[in-house]
Design a protein around this ligand. Structure first.
Ligand code: NAG
Ligand code: NAG
Ligand code: NAG
Ligand code: NAG
Ligand code: NAG
Ligand code: NAG
Length: 276
């Protein structure tokens, strides 16, 4: 048995060395460390949840629920990855995210938190990317765990009639008229930053698509300014990759360290981003 184990670890060691020497963990001038790997890596096994794709040796692509995002940055200290929806183009405020959800999945923040969940065929339910990280608050002997949102929802809404509501931000010339004039002369396009209750949906309006934005105060921003933040992209956390043995999930202790959430009160994640 011991001999078998030894042989196995030797084999693993060899495999890792080979994969390192081939430097297939590189896309353009960007290199990847654990848990990330590229799908072109022949030794990409076991970590397939964190597989990225290298496009023309220039852009790194992350597919989430088979939607395409361009990777802008990976941070190994705070365990985040920043991505831009592939539909969003720089300096073109009429370019929209490809990412689109149905109304049902927007119902509440709880289901939205599961947006990037991965249902494996085994009994293990694993969410490789989340848009929040748990932080510990309160004293060590009576800890509290608070979800810190890294990103927030933004919803595109089309209405048959003009809407005058503080909940809806007019997209102005970016999405009204011009480019879409043939189809949408009678369509009025709005966005809503933050979550939405079904009662916030005005008559003759429909939800078109949803995406995520960095957490910020968007109160006085124009749609153009908001679009430039879409171009910057939003952060997701990949801390789950470090939480394998934690039954109740885990929190970020300090910098790049994660710890299992213990016996204590866990603040609810639901309802956080309903209309403020
Ligand atoms: C990819 O780009 C990097 C940086 O520009 C370069 O060093 C590397 O040789 C390129 N790799 C391939 C396979 O073209
Ligand atoms: C990688 O290359 C891009 C484009 O040439 C450049 O903008 C970026 O700063 C480079 N990043 C690093 C880490 O060198
Ligand atoms: C974790 O953070 C420490 C302190 O910033 C740093 O020295 C270390 O390289 C980091 N480890 C990883 C795996 O990124
Ligand atoms: C993670 O680090 C990056 C780079 O320093 C920073 O831009 C980002 O805001 C950080 N995110 C969190 C959640 O701390
Ligand atoms: C509107 O115009 C665009 C570009 O000319 C075209 O691709 C699209 O099919 C048109 N839509 C309709 C409904 O006519
Ligand atoms: C938004 O603009 C209004 C009016 O110009 C101003 O009173 C308010 O302080 C601004 N709010 C923020 C968050 O900048």
């Amino acid at each position: 048995m011991a001999r078998l184990l030894f042989a196995c670890s030797l084999l693993l060691l060899l495999l890792f060395q080979t994969s390192n020497s081939k430097a297939t963990n590189r896309c353009g001038n960007r290199t990847f460390s654990d848990p990330f790997s590229l799908d072109s890596d022949p030794f990409n096994f076991g970590k397939s949840l964190y597989t990225l794709h290298c496009e023309k040796n220039t852009s790194t692509v992350l597919y989430l629920d088979s939607r395409k995002y361009y990777v802008q940055a990976i941070n190994y200290n705070n365990l985040t990855i920043r991505v831009v929806d592939a539909g969003v183009q720089k300096n073109d405020c009429s370019s929209l995210p490809d990412f689109s959800l149905t109304y049902a999945s927007l119902g509440n923040s709880r289901s939205a938190y599961r947006m990037f969940s991965f249902k494996s065929t085994s009994s293990l339910h694993y969410t490789p990317y989340t848009w929040f990280q748990y932080k510990r608050t309160g004293p060590k002997w009576f800890p509290n765990y608070k979800p810190l949102s890294l990103s927030q929802m933004m919803i595109f809404i089309n209405c048959a009639n003009p809407v005058n509501s503080r909940l809806y931000l007019d997209t102005g010339a970016c999405l009204n008229g011009a480019k879409y004039s043939n189809v949408s002369l009678s369509i009025h396009s709005y966005v809503r930053v933050g979550g939405m209750k079904s009662s916030d949906l005005m008559e003759l309006c429909s939800l078109e698509r949803m995406t995520l934005l960095p957490v910020k105060d968007y109160k006085n921003m124009s749609f153009k300014e908001i679009h430039s933040l879409l171009e910057y992209g939003f952060e997701l956390s990949w801390h789950s990759s470090r939480c394998g043995l934690c039954a109740n999930g885990c929190y970020i202790e300090d910098w790049n360290r994660t710890r299992c959430i213990g016996f204590s009160t866990l603040e609810k994640t639901g309802g956080k981003d309903s209309v403020s």
